[in-house]
Design a protein around this ligand. Structure first.
Ligand SMILES: [Zn+2]
Length: 260
């Protein structure tokens, strides 16, 4: 099962790299590319929101009634804390709205100038986020192939945007294309590194893996509600509003499929 988990996670790593390469080598994305990215953000947001509520969190609460809900809250506030630290360092001398920085806005306004420190904080945040993604995939597969496959899908749908965002932050903080692609590659590989950990922890205590599913579920809730869906909603084209419920519908369908 660990082999399957690692093999599938390699695809999410590729997603990160693709996102960062696309961003590093197309300095000014056209309106069409922007609209497609927003559509993907909305779709991923809907999918992950539904997945967290219908599949991931209920599983964790059922299997780890004590730790699941607390770790879910922990996963949510972990990402909340990352964003607060980032916003606190993002003051850019050329921007009049420096205090409005959030990770979602970086996707919204590519290559917005930010301070080099904020760029590093953001990279650290993405590394931590993608580490939690890997814990989620590993914990899912440790619980069973169906839940593992679902966790993998929930991560896969948002990894191209994550690659875009981290590369955009690198370019925005004055770093070059190589740094942007290396950042995308780094967040991809840290997901792989995290995958075996729940398997090892599961040998110590089987309840730990269900708890880690909850941790990932809480972080899914955060990125869906605060990062992905807001980016999609702002300035989405005529059909943009369909992306979120469509993603949610497919998230529920995928959840039912893996349960069945
Ligand atoms: Zn992620």
């Amino acid at each position: 099962m660990l082999g399957l988990a690692l093999g599938l996670t390699l695809l999410t790593t590729v997603g990160n790299i693709v996102g960062s390469v696309l961003t590093a080598y197309s300095v000014k994305p056209g309106a069409f590319a922007q609209a497609r990215l927003r559509w993907l953000l909305g779709f991923a947001g809907g999918f992950i929101l539904a997945g967290a509520l219908v599949e991931v969190l209920p599983h964790s609460v059922e299997e780890a009634p004590a730790w699941g809900p607390l770790l879910a809250l922990g996963g949510y506030f972990l990402l909340y804390a990352i964003e607060q630290v980032f916003a606190g360092h993002a003051h850019a001398p050329t921007s009049t709205e420096a205090n409005e920085h959030t990770l979602a806005r970086e996707v919204d306004r590519p290559h917005l100038p930010i301070t080099p420190v904020a760029g590093m904080v953001a990279l650290g945040g993405f590394l931590l986020h993608d580490f939690v993604d890997g814990l989620g995939i590993g914990a899912g597969f440790a619980e069973g192939a169906g839940l593992g496959a679902f966790m993998f899908l929930a991560v896969l749908v948002h990894e191209v945007p994550a690659g875009v965002a981290v590369a955009s932050l690198m370019l925005g903080s004055g770093r070059g294309r190589l740094s942007a692609v290396l950042a995308g590659t780094g967040i991809g590989f840290i997901t792989l590194v995290a995958v075996p950990i729940p398997f090892w922890l599961g040998r110590i205590n089987t309840g730990l893996t269900a708890g880690l599913v909850g941790l990932a579920g809480g972080s899914f809730l955060y990125i869906a509600v605060h990062s992905l869906i807001p980016s999609a909603v702002r300035g989405a084209g005529r059909w943009g509003f369909v992306a979120v419920p469509l993603g949610a519908l497919l998230g529920v369908a995928a959840g039912l499929l893996v349960e069945g």
